[in-house]
Design a protein around this ligand. Structure first.
Ligand SMILES: Nc1ncnc2c1ncn2[C@@H]1O[C@H](COP(=O)(O)OP(=O)(O)OP(=O)(O)O)[C@@H](O)[C@H]1O
Length: 260
């Protein structure tokens, strides 16, 4: 966990500064985004993300959490040499290949036309691979959806079921990293717990690396191994979930007090 220790100073000088460490799945170095109106949305963020951990990102609204997450699979184009996957600059990778390896789940699931099975088959089919019924059922079961749902149409599903099908669809690409942007904010507590259980299982059983943005500090405390606090486009604290009350940054403290 050493790589998470905050060194202080202008940014966090983590292991990424000293070359790629094989324990690190992703490394972010001085990631910056400036808006068209010259506002700094992200300000020189550096972070090492070890493999097979769940990293929670929390912070006030507008602090840059989604923007940070979206850089990791190039939903916007970061500067070259600012985001690395297994030590390779993601800007050098084919973008579709990158997005298969670094999958993303959004706040609200969007079902594609067709059945649940069609949705799950979508990604592999783009690469000319047709998943068997058995493979589809296994992916649905992994995402905690009853395999008998395979013939339902996407429109018949509740939001919670659709989110789990969207998860199965993402998992069909066999991602190594999963990015989640408030994936349970539209779900009831039971669906939320189901998704959380799946995430913890994916980390343990498949060594998946997971970065999750959430407004729920309780959720982050339940599932994350480490928590990054983002304020005004900067990571101001990196803490273990049970140390959140020890945050020192005044804005982070205020945010945590008001959110708990
Ligand atoms: N493409 C863009 N152009 C200009 N400004 C943007 C762009 N994308 C995001 N922003 C601004 O950047 C800031 C950070 O937005 P972002 O959505 O990343 O924050 P967030 O922490 O995820 O917020 P929330 O918790 O409300 O979802 C906001 O002020 C937003 O208005």
């Amino acid at each position: 966990m050493e790589a998470f220790e905050v060194e202080g100073g202008e940014d966090h000088l983590l292991a990424a500064e000293n070359g790629h460490s094989p324990d690190m799945k992703m490394e972010v170095r001085h990631l910056t985004k400036v808006s068209d109106k010259d506002v700094r949305i992200l300000n020189r963020i550096s972070l090492d993300i070890p493999r097979a951990v769940i990293v929670g990102m929390i912070g006030p609204s507008g602090s840059g959490k989604s923007t940070f997450l979206r850089a990791l699979n190039r939903l916007w184009e970061p500067a070259s040499a600012s985001v690395f996957l297994d030590g390779v600059d993601i800007c050098q990778l084919d973008v579709l290949h990158l997005r298969r390896r670094v999958g993303m789940l959004f706040q609200l699931p969007v079902m594609f036309e067709g059945t649940v099975a069609d949705n799950v088959r979508y990604g592999p089919q783009l690469r000319g691979k047709k998943l068997s019924d058995n493979e589809v059922h296994k992916l649905l079961a992994l995402a905690d959806i009853d395999p008998s749902f395979d013939r339902k149409s996407g429109g018949e599903l509740s939001v919670g079921q659709a989110q789990r099908v969207a998860l199965a669809r993402t998992l069909a690409n066999e991602p190594e990293v999963l990015l989640l942007d408030e994936p349970t904010s539209a779900l009831d507590p039971i669906s939320t717990q189901n998704i959380e259980d799946v995430l913890v299982k994916l980390k343990k059983d498949r060594e998946m690396t997971i970065v999750i943005v959430s407004h729920s500090i309780k959720q982050i405390q339940r599932i994350a191994d480490v928590v990054c606090l983002l304020v005004n486009g900067e990571i101001v604290e990196i803490l273990k979930p049970d140390q959140l009350s020890e945050a020192k940054h005044p804005m982070a403290q205020r945010f945590l007090q008001l959110s708990s």
